[in-house]
Design a protein around this ligand. Structure first.
Ligand code: WT7
Length: 661
């Protein structure tokens, strides 16, 4: 493939990669699918009105679908509902109390719990009663800092029951990140736990919370769930054990009815993980959010009443909020929650879980898939994964080779793969295949979900035609969209609504092909400019991962006197192999052959790991610092700060040698 005609100067992004493989939905899957082809023929108004009525129980019906006062939208105006009622109580009322809501698997082997909808309701009601005793009521901001235990979902649902907006902070963040978020929202209560399990070790949640609370004066009460039972410091008057709070509380739902909320009442704030900038306090409200997550969950994951669905993300990210807690529970789905890491005690832990619970739907990230690729398919081969009938991906562009590996080694070459594009801001999936309808192409998120109007614009703000690339925008509001940044309307306006008038600027590059399929190209901040060609990181990375020796790759630009920028690639080889000068030549040539000489990396740095955020996104910003010999920028969101030092030292050597290239 070579650079397409007309590319170069003036174009937002040039595209080089071409992927020819196609996978039509298997006919038996297509026949039984929740989404049938006529789903695309409904109008926006009709689609969202029907879904809102079908998927959600309203205490009072909404009067108007939406109102759009740029840049703020409201949905389901006049409607009254409660999310906890929709996710829990109504299922028990409908006679599904004995259905399993969550199979929970602790990290230490053999620790398992089964939580039915009836049990979930009792737990939620008890906690909500306990929180009420601490003064929590409609509108009280509550922080949550926990590990992956069912009680994390219970905490969120108890808040939703009372109408108290929550602010879940990922249970691996530092005391500073936690206090920053608690202070920003002025949380009055924090719900945490003694410790969590991670890769065979305990993580001291309560100790971190104690440090955070020392500088979070708005927090008057701290509820502590006992998970490991190891001693922790409790502050008298402020701290209370979860058990002591809930033991005397009633579990009768009538003792703590679900608060009727307005569609537009605040459900939660969630701070985006941020690969490029300071975290943003993203606000989601009640009605539109629930309709958005329940609808997308139903159609995209093709969830059935007897499904065993596993979203292997952390509840601390939006993926977990929308697709472990709210969407699946609203749809009365049985889910799996796993507490720990995929390699504890061995690298087959995930596959063991899938085999045990006969999981039929798995939703994970490209990072996780590439990690399993790096470890090799033999771990999955030890287990019977034949229950899987659908695979999902989210979080980053997925390289075609990782997509194929996922389909072949995990999905047995038959399960459809849905690559789902969305953001913390969008609340729910915006671009995705519908598994019974869409012929998929590895690496493409395919088409906008019904009721979503996505487009790609060039620099001038014109919609590009088929084959064009540029900036991904959303042209119409959607029910689960963010309602702004908490108390920062200017930054909200600036971030999404100022690049192109009247449309939502997602900050991602994208290409649309002849079939109208979307190919996500990564964050526009990461685009590399080589001799006036604007090249997206994902295409070069995918060409590298296409080589059988490569497990993972990340590229970035460094300043170059001749070409403006030169491409630097950071590569992890499969099976822990070390790099060599021969491998470097091979890979540089491989990229040139795959997508053109313009994309041939100037330097390749071999590294055992890439720097990633705690949610698994590659931080190319830090790689740029390494490539340009700058001191490293903010590393606080890194999952493992040691990785980047290691890369920096390897990078320094190689880049010093390679600079004459
Ligand atoms: C950013 C949003 C949405 C849940 C988890 C991440 C990237 C996400 C895809 C995908 C290509 C993707 C984008 C997006 N992204 N999914 N399927 N293909 N890129 O939420 O932390 O708010 O990140 O993740 O760059 O803007 P988030």
């Amino acid at each position: 493939m070579s650079v397409q005609p007309g590319s170069g100067q003036g174009h937002a992004i040039d595209t080089l990669f071409s992927e020819e493989r196609r996978y039509a939905p298997p006919p038996d899957f297509a026949r039984q699918a929740n989404a049938q082809p006529d789903i695309y023929s409904k109008s926006f108004d009709e689609f969202w009105t029907d879904e809102a009525q079908q998927r959600v129980s309203w205490f009072e019906p909404f009067e108007k679908l939406y109102e759009w006062k740029l840049p703020y939208a409201k949905f389901f105006l006049g409607g009254k509902l409660n999310i906890c009622y929709n996710c829990v109580d109504r299922h028990v009322e409908a006679g599904a109390g004995n259905k399993v809501a969550y199979y929970w698997e602790g990290e230490p082997l053999g620790e398992r719990r089964v939580v039915t909808f009836e049990q979930l309701q009792k737990d939620v009601v008890k906690l909500a009663n306990g929180l009420k005793r601490l003064g929590v009521k409609k509108g009280t901001p509550v922080g949550v800092y926990m590990g992956m235990v069912p009680e994390l979902a219970v905490a969120m649902l108890a808040c939703a029951r009372l109408g108290a907006p929550h602010n879940v902070v990922f249970g691996g963040f530092s005391a500073d990140s936690l206090s920053g978020r608690l202070n920003d929202m002025e949380c009055e209560v924090l719900i945490t736990q003694d410790e969590s399990w991670r890769r065979g070790k305990t993580f001291p949640l309560k100790a971190v919370a104690n440090e955070a609370l020392a500088s979070a004066p708005s927090v008057k009460h701290c509820v502590v769930f006992g998970r490991t039972g190891n001693p922790v410091e409790m502050k008298a008057g402020r701290d209370v054990w979860w058990d002591e709070l809930v033991t005397p509380a009633s579990d009768d739902p009538a003792s703590c009815p679900c608060e009727p909320l307005d569609s537009e009442d605040l459900l939660y704030l969630l701070y985006s993980s941020g690969t490029t900038a300071k975290p943003k306090a993203i606000a989601h409200t009640t009605g539109g959010y629930l309709v958005g997550v329940a609808t997308t969950h139903h159609y995209i994951f093709d969830v059935k009443p007897d499904s065993i669905y596993w979203c292997a993300a952390d509840i601390g990210w939006v993926t977990g909020h929308s697709y472990i807690v709210y969407g699946p529970l609203c749809n009365q789905t049985t889910g799996v929650i796993y507490e720990g890491t995929p390699d504890y005690p061995d690298r087959d832990r995930w596959w063991d879980i899938i085999e045990r619970y006969k999981v039929d739907i798995l939703y994970t990230s490209p990072t996780a898939i590439r990690t399993h690729m790096k470890w090799g398919p033999e771990h999955a081969q030890k287990h019977d994964l034949s229950s899987l009938r659908l695979l999902g991906s989210v979080g980053e562009p997925i390289n075609p080779e990782a997509w194929i590996w996922y389909r072949e080694h995990i999905g047995g070459g038959k399960a459809p793969v849905v690559d789902t594009w969305w953001q913390t801001e969008t609340g729910a999936i915006m671009i995705s295949a519908l598994p019974g309808i869409t012929t998929t192409k590895p690496g493409s998120a395919t088409r906008p979900f019904p009721g979503v109007e996505a487009a790609v614009y060039n620099n001038a703000g014109e919609e590009v035609g088929p084959g064009g690339a540029g900036y991904l925008v959303l042209k119409k509001p959607w029910p689960s969209m963010l309602r702004g940044f908490y108390r920062d309307p200017e930054r909200y306006q600036q971030t999404y609504w100022s690049r192109f008038p009247g449309v939502y600027f997602a900050g991602d590059g994208a290409r649309v092909d002849e079939d109208g399929y979307f190919w996500l190209l990564g964050r526009v901040d990461d685009v590399i400019n080589v001799s006036a060609h604007r090249i997206s990181t994902i295409e070069i990375e995918s060409a590298l991962v296409d080589h059988p020796a490569v497990a993972e790759a990340a590229v970035c630009g460094r300043a170059d006197a001749t070409t403006g920028q030169a491409i630097v690639a950071f590569v992890t080889l499969k099976g822990g192999a070390e790099g060599s000068p021969e491998m470097m030549t091979t890979l540089r040539d491989h990229v040139a052959k795959k997508i053109g000489a313009i994309a041939r990396p100037a330097n390749i740095v071999f590294t055992p790991e890439l720097p990633k955020t705690r949610s698994g996104k590659i931080m190319r910003r830090l790689l740029r610092d390494v490539a340009e010999h700058r001191p490293l920028g903010d590393t606080t969101t890194l999952a493992d700060a040691g990785v980047v030092d290691e890369i920096a030292s390897r990078g320094r050597e190689l880049l010093a040698k390679g600079e004459e290239e």
